[in-house]
Ligand binder design. Structure first.
Ligand SMILES: Cc1cc2nc3c(=O)[nH]c(=O)nc-3n(C[C@H](O)[C@H](O)[C@H](O)COP(=O)(O)O)c2cc1C
Length: 135
Protein backbone atom coordinates (compact mmCIF):
# COMPACT_ATOMS: atom_id res chain seq x y z
CA UNK A 1 0.00 0.00 0.00
CA UNK A 2 1.46 3.36 -0.97
CA UNK A 3 2.09 5.96 1.70
CA UNK A 4 1.27 9.62 1.19
CA UNK A 5 2.89 12.18 3.47
CA UNK A 6 1.21 15.60 3.62
CA UNK A 7 3.38 18.33 5.12
CA UNK A 8 1.84 21.71 5.88
CA UNK A 9 3.86 24.67 7.03
CA UNK A 10 1.86 27.89 6.94
CA UNK A 11 1.44 29.99 10.09
CA UNK A 12 -1.73 31.54 8.60
CA UNK A 13 -4.10 28.91 9.91
CA UNK A 14 -7.43 28.59 8.10
CA UNK A 15 -6.46 31.46 5.76
CA UNK A 16 -3.56 29.48 4.31
CA UNK A 17 -3.76 28.79 0.60
CA UNK A 18 -0.84 26.34 0.53
CA UNK A 19 -2.40 24.25 3.30
CA UNK A 20 -5.70 24.18 1.42
CA UNK A 21 -4.10 23.26 -1.94
CA UNK A 22 -1.76 20.66 -0.47
CA UNK A 23 -4.58 19.08 1.56
CA UNK A 24 -6.84 18.91 -1.50
CA UNK A 25 -4.06 17.34 -3.58
CA UNK A 26 -3.20 14.76 -0.92
CA UNK A 27 -6.84 13.79 -0.38
CA UNK A 28 -7.37 13.64 -4.16
CA UNK A 29 -4.39 11.32 -4.58
CA UNK A 30 -5.67 9.06 -1.85
CA UNK A 31 -9.20 8.92 -3.21
CA UNK A 32 -7.89 8.14 -6.73
CA UNK A 33 -5.14 5.67 -5.94
CA UNK A 34 -5.73 4.62 -2.36
CA UNK A 35 -3.07 4.37 0.30
CA UNK A 36 -2.49 5.76 3.75
CA UNK A 37 -2.26 9.46 4.51
CA UNK A 38 -0.02 10.87 7.23
CA UNK A 39 -0.32 14.57 8.05
CA UNK A 40 2.67 16.44 9.43
CA UNK A 41 1.51 19.90 10.52
CA UNK A 42 4.72 21.80 11.17
CA UNK A 43 2.92 24.69 12.85
CA UNK A 44 0.81 22.64 15.27
CA UNK A 45 3.89 20.52 16.08
CA UNK A 46 6.93 22.63 15.21
CA UNK A 47 10.20 20.75 14.84
CA UNK A 48 12.87 22.07 17.19
CA UNK A 49 15.56 24.35 15.84
CA UNK A 50 18.74 22.41 15.46
CA UNK A 51 21.23 22.78 18.28
CA UNK A 52 24.77 21.84 19.20
CA UNK A 53 23.36 18.68 20.81
CA UNK A 54 21.82 17.67 17.49
CA UNK A 55 24.89 18.47 15.40
CA UNK A 56 27.35 16.72 17.72
CA UNK A 57 24.92 13.92 18.54
CA UNK A 58 24.26 12.80 15.00
CA UNK A 59 27.95 12.17 14.32
CA UNK A 60 28.64 10.59 17.71
CA UNK A 61 28.26 6.85 18.17
CA UNK A 62 24.93 6.07 19.88
CA UNK A 63 26.60 4.76 23.05
CA UNK A 64 28.67 7.91 23.51
CA UNK A 65 25.83 10.43 23.16
CA UNK A 66 24.70 12.51 26.10
CA UNK A 67 21.04 12.33 27.11
CA UNK A 68 20.40 15.70 25.45
CA UNK A 69 22.14 14.57 22.27
CA UNK A 70 20.05 11.41 22.21
CA UNK A 71 16.82 13.41 22.56
CA UNK A 72 17.82 15.77 19.75
CA UNK A 73 18.91 12.96 17.42
CA UNK A 74 15.83 10.81 18.10
CA UNK A 75 13.50 13.74 17.38
CA UNK A 76 15.20 14.31 14.03
CA UNK A 77 15.27 10.57 13.32
CA UNK A 78 11.50 10.42 13.70
CA UNK A 79 11.10 13.09 11.00
CA UNK A 80 13.63 11.39 8.72
CA UNK A 81 11.97 7.98 9.13
CA UNK A 82 8.58 9.46 8.31
CA UNK A 83 10.00 11.16 5.23
CA UNK A 84 11.86 8.09 3.98
CA UNK A 85 8.80 5.87 4.49
CA UNK A 86 6.68 7.99 2.13
CA UNK A 87 6.03 7.04 -1.48
CA UNK A 88 4.48 10.43 -2.22
CA UNK A 89 5.24 13.69 -0.42
CA UNK A 90 2.87 16.64 -0.78
CA UNK A 91 4.50 19.72 0.71
CA UNK A 92 2.52 22.93 1.21
CA UNK A 93 4.62 26.08 1.55
CA UNK A 94 3.97 29.79 1.10
CA UNK A 95 6.68 32.44 0.82
CA UNK A 96 7.37 34.08 4.18
CA UNK A 97 9.82 36.96 4.26
CA UNK A 98 11.72 35.82 1.18
CA UNK A 99 11.94 32.17 2.20
CA UNK A 100 9.99 29.27 3.68
CA UNK A 101 8.25 29.64 7.03
CA UNK A 102 10.61 29.21 9.96
CA UNK A 103 8.76 25.99 10.88
CA UNK A 104 9.48 24.52 7.45
CA UNK A 105 13.11 25.66 7.62
CA UNK A 106 13.45 23.94 11.02
CA UNK A 107 12.04 20.72 9.50
CA UNK A 108 14.49 20.97 6.58
CA UNK A 109 17.36 21.46 9.04
CA UNK A 110 16.31 18.31 10.88
CA UNK A 111 15.96 16.07 7.82
CA UNK A 112 18.99 17.21 5.79
CA UNK A 113 21.36 14.75 7.39
CA UNK A 114 24.71 13.87 5.82
CA UNK A 115 25.04 10.17 5.18
CA UNK A 116 21.35 9.62 5.86
CA UNK A 117 19.36 11.78 3.45
CA UNK A 118 22.21 13.13 1.33
CA UNK A 119 25.81 12.47 0.56
CA UNK A 120 28.90 14.31 -0.63
CA UNK A 121 30.36 11.03 -1.89
CA UNK A 122 30.47 12.19 -5.50
CA UNK A 123 31.93 15.59 -4.57
CA UNK A 124 28.64 17.46 -4.89
CA UNK A 125 25.63 17.15 -2.56
CA UNK A 126 23.48 14.29 -3.75
CA UNK A 127 20.05 13.51 -2.29
CA UNK A 128 19.26 9.90 -1.60
CA UNK A 129 16.04 8.73 -3.23
CA UNK A 130 13.39 9.45 -0.65
CA UNK A 131 10.01 9.29 -2.32
CA UNK A 132 8.92 8.15 -5.73
CA UNK A 133 6.88 11.34 -6.17
CA UNK A 134 7.39 14.77 -4.68
CA UNK A 135 4.55 17.25 -5.17
C1 LIG B 1 4.52 37.37 7.31
C2 LIG B 1 4.36 37.23 5.81
C3 LIG B 1 5.47 37.36 4.99
C4 LIG B 1 5.34 37.23 3.61
N1 LIG B 1 6.45 37.36 2.82
C5 LIG B 1 6.36 37.21 1.49
C6 LIG B 1 7.50 37.31 0.64
O1 LIG B 1 8.61 37.52 1.08
N2 LIG B 1 7.35 37.16 -0.69
C7 LIG B 1 6.11 36.91 -1.25
O2 LIG B 1 6.03 36.78 -2.48
N3 LIG B 1 5.02 36.79 -0.46
C8 LIG B 1 5.10 36.95 0.87
N4 LIG B 1 4.00 36.84 1.66
C9 LIG B 1 2.71 36.50 1.04
C10 LIG B 1 2.48 35.01 1.20
O3 LIG B 1 3.42 34.27 0.43
C11 LIG B 1 1.08 34.64 0.79
O4 LIG B 1 0.18 35.24 1.70
C12 LIG B 1 0.89 33.16 0.76
O5 LIG B 1 -0.46 32.88 0.43
C13 LIG B 1 1.27 32.56 2.11
O6 LIG B 1 1.08 31.16 2.07
P1 LIG B 1 -0.18 30.55 2.83
O7 LIG B 1 -1.41 31.09 2.12
O8 LIG B 1 -0.04 29.10 2.64
O9 LIG B 1 -0.11 30.98 4.24
C14 LIG B 1 4.08 36.98 3.02
C15 LIG B 1 2.98 36.84 3.86
C16 LIG B 1 3.10 36.96 5.23
C17 LIG B 1 1.89 36.77 6.12
Amino acid sequence: MRKILLITSSPRGTESLSTRFATEIAHGLRSQGGGSLTVRDLVANPPPHITEDYILGRTASPDSRTTQQNVAVERARELVDELCAADIIVLGSGMMNFGPSSQLKAWIDNVIWPGVTFSYATGAPQAYLLARSFI
